[in-house]
Design a protein around this ligand. Structure first.
Ligand code: ANZ
Ligand code: ZN
Length: 822
């Protein structure tokens, strides 16, 4: 067929791949496995260009690795629980399940139209009971071990979504989904004890060389390990003490007041009668601001004096006790020894409320004076006003003061993590029910194994009144206590959908396994994921939870790996006219329309060619058009040479003339570059560019001899093969056109002929002021500037140019460089 018609070609090969289950993955211990995974989509309705890009990137790697002989697992599924389904249900008066499954069907079609090499037999949807049932079982195993527990706590609450948000889901004080300002609310909530794994989660960030440093840094900061000590401050005139956490024991002698979180358990007890009204009003006010705003640097520091004092254990001085808005109850001990001279927040606070300043660390260069200081001095220096520690370096005084406190039983060294336990309760319907029953006699009772799973009931009404319909559904709530048989109530909270995405990559190893969460042998074969690909927006949330789950499941005996993802690629965004594609900006390009107009191969090619994977991709129509024209050129070149190819003699590499050898060199150099660009660097854009360049060379080639035809035949076959991971449909078709009966997807990736790829060299002499000083061997085709630089850097040349001024460098092509010095 002389005309390239993508629709026809693509339908044909998609059908063949589907019928023959080309990409079905089977565990085979004799073969080396490669587990490739892109973050699974939320079934929002349609795929967007970000998906197209993400999955195209993955598909290149998958197809390439397959051709390189790996046993590739490349699965796809649906992150199918979550709020949008409920919101859509309220808005359109349909059931979240119906909405979700319809969307999945539509998007599955779209993905199939892209020709992605998935093993569709492993498809899973997290809203299927066959999936979340195992999550409930795991929840109970975690409950048994104290890794899932319930506590009363202040939670981030989105008044618009009417649900609890994890800290990770609060962005700049707003809800990550709807941007509504988040408020604090006290509720009984289920938590996963991720803090038990804080140390290991941190430690292992040093064992992930295949992750972007940026992501590792974000994870480390999120875990936030602080080394310091806890110090007890006796209350003045009464029993008891206040314990603080500090990373700066070296500043102890400079602590002049105490700041407590407004929610600190001792806050009211320490408040004297005359201060009570003011303190209560302050607590009320602070509770209404969310924790992100409270800790923001530019937040006005505010506080109220309780009327009580405590004693500095080092100086014996009386310190007034304040409540302060920037002290958080859930970090450290919820109390801070305030050192206004060396901590900026304390400095601002002290200035505002006229509290005393004592300098205890002097910088080497200047003399600090509390009366004139404009800001806290937060660096290290020499100890002063600190009794026996005076004169020591502050860095070493950290240790000496900690030891001194320990000896007197007034303090001890501790480690603190910023990481909080993961709140997983959601007051929503469309999620996995938490398998717990509450009984007035027996308390919280796990649903017995034989009664699992707790199936999410379908017969619910969506009023739009907010709150979960489960909470009022008697047929769900009313249940007999599994222990005593008396009437009891079911938990009506469902799990955070991040729970489902924390182990889906494990379930892909054995999605049909009915004997439990994981088939150990199969999971052991595939894990860990060799390459994970997704957006940078998941750098903290999803990736940390997935790492945590892997470690929990390891400790429960399900898997034998410590880390889920060996290599991580975070792809850039797709932007148009300089902005992220979004409905609100009206700059969305619809993949359906694109595929309809140009075909999937062009859509894939453009999204791979226009930028390296990690960079943002700037969408432009001309670029898409250019890719389409390129594929047409490839198509045409093959068609035009069919007769030549069919009649070509066997290639005799040793018997080629100069022209033929030069052409063949270009072909094999390209193969080498494309192979290395794909395999080592994922530089798909430069790989594609190299093939485009080769195409230009081939289009100008003369076919004067039988060997020239043989070289052309090899060249066309290699061009088609090299493009296969990027544009799989058109290349399969051309491969068949070229006379092959085995499909390209089942063909091994070719190895370049190293000898043919070697650059021909030529000898260039180097003169300094006209005298021969050196000879250079340079590649044919090396550009002038590079040759001049090479000449100037030559050791033998440098003897004559060192210390001289270079006046001119003259190049006579292919022959000589003359350096004029003076
Ligand atoms: C005295 C001090 C003096 C401090 C100084 C710092 C500088 P990171 O590194 O984040 O762990 N802090 C302790 N608990 C707090 C809480 N619940 N809310 C707000 N701030 C709290 O920070 C540790 C430091 O943060 C601690 O060390 C404490 O102030 C404060 F020149 O103690 B520091
Ligand atoms: Zn009971």
């Amino acid at each position: 067929d002389l005309k390239y018609t993508p629709a026809e070609v693509e339908a044909k090969w998609q059908k063949q791949w589907e019928d023959q289950k080309t990409f079905k993955a089977t565990e085979d211990p004799t073969r080396q496995k490669y587990y490739l995974l892109e973050m699974f989509p939320y079934p929002s309705g349609r795929i967007h260009m970000g998906h197209v890009r993400n999955y195209s990137i993955g598909d290149v790697i998958g197809r390439f690795k397959r051709m390189r002989g790996f046993n590739v697992l490349h699965p796809m599924g649906w992150d199918a629980f979550g709020m949008p389904a409920e919101n859509a249900a309220i808005k359109n008066n349909c059931h979240p399940a119906a909405w979700t499954y319809e969307n999945m069907a539509y998007m599955r079609d779209q993905l199939k139209q892209m020709g992605l090499s998935y093993d569709w037999d492993r498809e899973l949807a997290t809203c299927d009971v066959s999936y979340y049932r195992w999550e409930q079982k795991l929840f109970l195993e975690m409950y048994k071990r104290g890794l899932a527990y319930k506590k009363q706590s202040f939670v981030n609450w989105c008044p618009s979504c009417e649900t609890v948000l994890a800290n990770e889901q609060v962005e700049d004080g707003g809800c990550w989904r709807c941007d509504t300002e988040v408020v604090q609310k006290e509720l009984e909530q289920w938590f996963f004890k991720i803090t038990d794994y804080a140390e290991e989660l941190l430690e292992c960030t040093n064992k992930l060389p295949g992750w972007p440093e940026r992501v590792l840094t974000m994870q480390r900061n999120w875990i936030g390990k602080s080394i310091g000590c806890e110090i007890d401050f006796q209350l003045d005139g009464r029993d008891g003490a206040i314990r603080v956490f500090t990373t700066r024991p070296d500043t102890l002698f400079g602590a002049t007041f105490m700041s407590l979180a407004p929610e600190h358990p001792k806050a009211l007890e320490l408040t004297t009668a005359d201060r009570r009204a003011e303190i209560e009003a302050f607590i009320d006010k602070v509770k209404k601001t969310d924790r992100i705003a409270r800790t923001a640097d530019d937040q006005e520091k505010e506080g109220v004096f309780t009327g009580s004092y405590c004693i500095n254990p080092a100086t014996g001085c009386k310190m007034p006790i304040y409540l302060a808005n920037f002290v958080l109850v859930e970090y450290g001990t919820g109390a801070v020894m305030a050192v206004p001279t060396h901590d900026q927040r304390d400095f601002e606070f002290a200035k505002k409320y006229e509290l005393p300043l004592v300098v205890v660390i002097q910088p080497e260069a200047e003399q600090l004076d509390p009366a004139t200081m404009a800001a806290a001095y937060t660096e290290s220096g020499v100890m002063t006003n600190s009794g026996q520690f005076d004169g020591q370096k502050s860095e070493s005084a950290k240790e000496s003061i900690a030891v001194w406190l320990e000896q007197q039983g007034k303090g001890k060294k501790t480690v603190n993590f910023r990481l909080r336990d993961w709140g997983v309760s959601r007051q929503r319907y469309w999620g996995s029910p938490i398998p717990i029953i509450y009984c007035d006699c027996c308390g919280a009772v796990p649903v017995p194994d034989k009664d699992l799973p707790v199936v999410l009931p379908r017969d619910v009404q969506f009023t739009g009144e907010g709150g979960s319909p489960l909470a009022t559904l008697d047929s769900f709530i009313k249940v007999d206590c599994p222990l005593c048989g008396k009437p009891a109530r079911r938990e009506t909270d469902t799990m955070d959908t991040f729970v489902e995405s924390s182990w889906y990559f494990l379930r892909y190893c054995c999605p049909d396994f009915e004997g439990g969460m994981l088939d150990k042998t199969r999971a052991q074969y595939w894990m860990s994921v060799d390459q994970y690909i997704g957006g940078i927006e998941h750098a903290v949330l999803h990736l940390l939870y997935a790492r945590f789950f892997t470690k929990v499941m390891r400790d429960l005996g399900y898997v034998n790996v410590d880390e889920p993802f060996t290599n991580l690629l975070t792809q850039g965004m797709v932007i148009k006219d300089g902005a992220k594609m979004s409905k609100s900006k009206g700059n969305v390009v619809d993949p359906d329309a694109l595929i309809k107009r140009y075909g999937a191969d062009t859509a894939r090619l453009f999204s791979l060619f226009a930028a390296p994977p990690e960079k943002d991709l700037d969408w432009n129509e001309q670029g898409v058009d250019g890719c389409f024209r390129f594929l047409n050129r490839v198509w045409k070149l093959v068609q035009e040479h069919l007769q030549v190819v069919q009649g070509a003699a066997a290639l005799d590499a040793a018997g080629l003339n100069d022209e033929e050898r030069t052409l063949r060199r270009a072909v094999h150099k390209t193969l080498k570059k494309v192979t290395e660009d794909i395999d080592e660097r994922f530089h798909f854009n430069t790989a594609i560019a190299a093939v485009m360049e080769l195409m230009n060379t081939l289009q100008g080639a003369r076919l004067a001899t039988p060997q020239a035809a043989a070289v052309m035949k090899e060249a066309l076959e290699l061009v088609v093969t090299m493009l296969a991971p990027f544009v799989p449909h058109v290349t399969e078709e051309l491969w068949q056109t070229l006379g092959h009966t085995t499909p390209l997807s089942a063909t091994a990736w070719p190895v370049w002929d190293a000898e043919a790829a070697v650059d021909e060299e030529l000898l260039v002499v180097v003169q300094v002021n006209g005298k021969l000083r050196s000879k250079l061997s340079v590649a044919v085709g090396m550009d002038e500037e590079a040759i001049k630089q090479l000449a100037l850097a030559d050791d033998k040349v440098k003897v004559f140019t060192d210390g001289m001024q270079i006046r001119k460098v003259i190049y006579v092509p292919g022959k000589l460089v003359n350096i004029v010095v003076g």
